[in-house]
Design a binder for this molecule. Structure first.
Ligand code: NI
Length: 251
């Protein structure tokens, strides 16, 4: 399996070697590490050079939109000469933490969509309490990039709208939470062909480790829950979501 969105550079309780060993022991062969801030770029470049099964994404998170600078466009283009940079992310809109610079968030999002289109890389999209604006901007500006709605948090209806556009949904630990009725409905009703697995570690740790620090190995609990909800085998979830991820990110 592939953990398609995991901040292994932010996990504090164990080393990178332990993280990758635990992942391997639990059937997670590859991980993709997004950046949130330009300060993360050197760290991601180092990780993908050092470890064969670690891939990266470059982008500026909406909550860090104030750190955007147009000179980053050329910087990202240069770093993307390394074929282990497999997407632009995480980028998008976040109206949960701070609504005071929504317009700036939109500008920075649009600039990065255009950049991904130019580089022909997929978009790894963060959408928190901004479903309508995120969707409208993607529809208006994205021409040729595949789209992943990372840590999908919308309704089944919104999920269906996304799938109609050909967007993929990244599903993580939240689906295992007992009270996550909406997420369970999404996992149940959206075709497996549009789902990929992620942890968003160190956050959003699935049951049975909820409350502790998350890590890529725990992707298996997400896969188990999706299998249970869809009443299909763990093997099928594993095989289909892995080939989805390989196709999207060209792994
Ligand atoms: Ni993230």
């Amino acid at each position: 399996m592939i953990d398609t969105h995991t901040h292994i550079n932010m996990i504090e309780s164990i080393s990178i070697e332990e993280i990758l060993n635990n992942a391997k022991e639990n059937g997670i062969e590859k991980v993709i590490v997004p950046s949130a801030n330009p300060k993360d770029f050197p760290e991601i470049a180092e990780l993908i050079n050092k470890y064969d099964n670690v891939y990266g994404m470059l982008g500026v998170h909406p909550s860090d939109a104030k750190d955007w600078d147009d000179s980053l466009i050329n910087q990202i283009k240069d770093l993307c000469n390394n074929k282990k940079i497999v997407a632009i992310g995480e980028i998008g809109l976040d109206y949960y933490w701070d609504k005071s610079f929504n317009d700036l968030q939109k500008d920075v999002f649009i600039k990065q969509i255009k950049l991904a289109n130019e580089l022909n890389l997929p978009l790894d999209v963060h959408d928190r309490e901004a479903h309508k604006d995120t969707f409208d901007i993607l529809k208006q500006y994205n021409i040729n990039s595949k789209v992943v709605m990372h840590c999908f948090s919308g309704s089944v209806e919104f999920a269906k709208e996304c799938v109609k556009e050909g967007y993929y949904l990244g599903i993580g630990g939240v689906v295992t939470f007992k009270n996550a009725i909406k997420m369970k409905e999404v996992a149940k009703h959206i075709p497996l062909e549009y789902i990929i697995l992620e942890t968003d570690a160190p956050y959003l740790t699935p049951v049975p480790y909820r409350g502790k620090e998350n890590q890529p190995a725990y992707v298996k609990y997400v896969a188990e829950e999706i299998a249970k909800l869809k009443e299909i085998s763990y093997e099928e979830v594993k095989n289909v979501t892995t080939s989805n991820a390989e196709r999207i990110f060209n792994l």
